[in-house]
Design a protein around this ligand. Sequence first.
Ligand code: ADP
Ligand code: MG
Length: 553
Amino acid sequence: MDVETREFQSEARQLLQLMIHSIYSNKDTFLRELVSNASDALDKLRLETFRDKDLVADTSDLHIAIEVDADQRTLTVRDNGIGMTHDDVVNLIGTIAKSGTAEFLDRLKQTQDAAASQDLIGQFGIGFYSTFMVADKVTLVTRHPRSTEGVRWESTGEGTYTIEDVADAPQGTAVTLHLKPADAEDHLPDYTSTAKLREIVKRYADFITWPIRMAEGDEGEPQVVNSRKALWARPASEVTEDEYAEFYRHVSHDWNKPLETIRMQAEGTFEYQALLFIPSQAPLDLFMRERKRGVQLYVKRVFIMDDCEELMPEYLRFVKGVVDAQDLSLNVSREILQQDRQIQLMRRRLVKKVLSTVKTMMTEKPEDYETFWREFGAAVKEGLVGDFENRDAILGIASFDSTHDAERKTTLAQYVERMKEDQEHIYYMTGDSRATVENSPHLEALRAKGFEVLVLTDPIDEMWVESVPGFEGKQFQSIAKGQVDLGTDEEKAEVEQRRQDFADLLAWMTEALSEKVKEVRLSTRLTTSPACVVGDAHDLTPTLEKMYRAMGQ
Ligand code: ADP
Ligand code: MG
């Protein structure tokens, strides 16, 4: 087949422009991305050969090789992993299919501040394209074990790339960078220096379980340059925070530091190790439909699957990391996982561990907790609707806006502690925003009494607050629904008297407004507004009504 010239998809082109005129100060990260991709490709090949016994592939010496040609100023990262078909190359390298790309680019355009853009880019992760920070031309040669021919792809990153089929490509993928001239001023080190490369591998990819080989000096035999130890299998005291952070980047594709690192170890009949991370920032797709869960399953150090939903419930989908189980079969399938009682037990323990870690964070690192709740609270609250077993634990780590303090959120325990002696319920009001709730006439009577009201503005609040029976024996009571009983006996008698006095008027008004409201009645709630509309105790709130309508119900 001939050489074909194709255009990058427009979003890909924009990302490439970003890379070429790079705003990253740390260009070393390109090597981490290439090694990470190579490692993924080796994982995938091993897995494929387990699943498909007919696949013809050589798995006897799976490894990654780094090769330098100082004269040509090229650097090649090679793997003998799964490779890519012609279509893969077009779809994976020429386009960006990640959800949230458009939104990401939009936000990036609006961000003036360089540090903030770095953050955003880090969060998004740009993988392969980061090679264009250090190379003015990139050549990729690859072959998938199911294709007889290989593919050669090449680009300067300027809008187009060439692609052609080639006859003699070895199994796997080789990415060759034609390096830009080293330039100290531009923070561009000399990447033909093997000492430099070894240092980068040590820093960023030491935990990669596949051997990474590199020849140092002109004639030398390639040597393995990484220690290949799975972090979760090493004693916790031996692993540094930097090593955890690097591993976190590898599994999460997030360049920020994790907020919290969680290690777990279970011995006995069902042995496993877990290394989990709570990110410091919510991903852009946290509330999108195609979002993924972040926990990978390994069996005896062998990668089995990404995005293992059997290990983490939906509401903790932001948790990243690895669970390595010793007693599962290597060709375990999703179906088996779903039915496996040990997996269910493991999941319960993982969930409890994550929730208790947040609980500890609340007292020991209150600022981290605030970050956690700001970023992930709306997702965690989904658990109140579905995870009955952990409801109290979730309520225990939740915090809410409240009328007590406009600046700070409150926990339920703090709310209960402030409750007035004659106050029976935990009062709340839901709405689109704090402002809507604050301006609501419903608040007036409670304000007058000095009762605190929780201000619930996340869509999910409507759902859980209806189904959760209470907290520490106190029921949740909406102030916008039914009769909020605030009075003493004396006050009640007075109200009853007034109700009788106004009975005729109220009956007439109910009749006159019958198309619009169910009933007109006197209220004790208002102190300054003349009238307000309230829902019945069993009616849907306006926001919930909107949500159901949006879901087509
Ligand atoms: P990510 O790794 O986050 O998916 P990348 O830009 O690093 O994003 O890579 C895009 C895709 O290209 C990968 O998901 C993978 O499917 C494919 N790919 C990249 N490098 C390799 C490789 N060495 N072998 C096989 N596939 C690769
Ligand atoms: Mg990658």
